[in-house]
Write a protein that binds this ligand. Sequence first.
Ligand code: HEC
Ligand code: HEC
Length: 229
Amino acid sequence: MRYILFIIAFIVFNLLSVKAFEIIKPIPEKISVNKEKAYLGKLLFHDPILSKDRSLSCFSCHDIYKKCGTDHLPIAKGLGGIEEDANTLTVLNAVFNFAFFWNGRAKDLKEQIIFVFRNPLELNISREELERRINNHKLYKNLFKKAYKVDYITEDLIADAIAEFEKTLITPNSKFDLYLKGKVKLSKEEKEGYRLFKEYGCISCHNGINLGGNSFQKFGAVIPSEWKP
Ligand code: HEC
Ligand code: HEC
């Protein structure tokens, strides 16, 4: 019985490798975004008004201009410079992932943001305090009125605007994506690397639009790990 299961698994795995070409998809050039909401989200993303002591913004840990949407630290530094327990994930192309955080505890970008608000080491802000601050802010008050047609700004709308901005943080048309679309050729070395990537089975986990981020995997598949996300 075990033998048969093993053989079936082996065949499925190999079929996947053969089909490899189709299981990697280029990043779409455009996804639909509401510009007014995204602009509002952009301001909020960079604004430390979101953290309890006004010291951190999303941008503090997710530098989208110089650090690929992360902080380039092994472990994130939270409020008061205290180390968190995880490495910062990138916000670039995050919209294409099927679940959020290392352990997938948030189901979408909006829910992910609410976790950040409540996290004592991240923004550490209550719903009431956040709504009070944003509703007392003239510019935000006006922009929310325009984008969402509301007089009272809820936490849910704040998260919605930031999530809308995150949809703009995508990186289409890398050389590899252009290759997948048949628009450029890979060099000899690049082609060989891609062949090995498929042959060694990297592609069984690294596939889809983000070359990963679409399955749950055990930490320490090769070298055992004690870390529990
Ligand atoms: C103190 C640093 C810090 C701040 C501030 C911060 N983040 Fe993060 N972010 C992290 C860390 C660390 C993780 C991974 C944590 C985990 O998985 O447990 C993460 C994960 C994420 C992810 C998940 C990506 C994925 O693919 O799963 C998104 C999206 C994100 N952050 C967006 C935001 C937004 C939006 C804000 C502001 C509202 C924000 N972050 C504020 C450090 C930070
Ligand atoms: C069993 C599934 C699996 C296989 C097979 C696999 N990986 Fe991964 N890979 C992961 C997971 C899960 C992560 C994220 C966790 C981590 O960084 O340890 C990751 C992370 C990575 C990263 C870091 C990405 C980043 O954003 O920091 C690289 C690079 C990478 N893998 C390359 C490879 C290569 C090359 C191969 C083949 C030789 C391979 N992987 C095979 C699951 C896999």
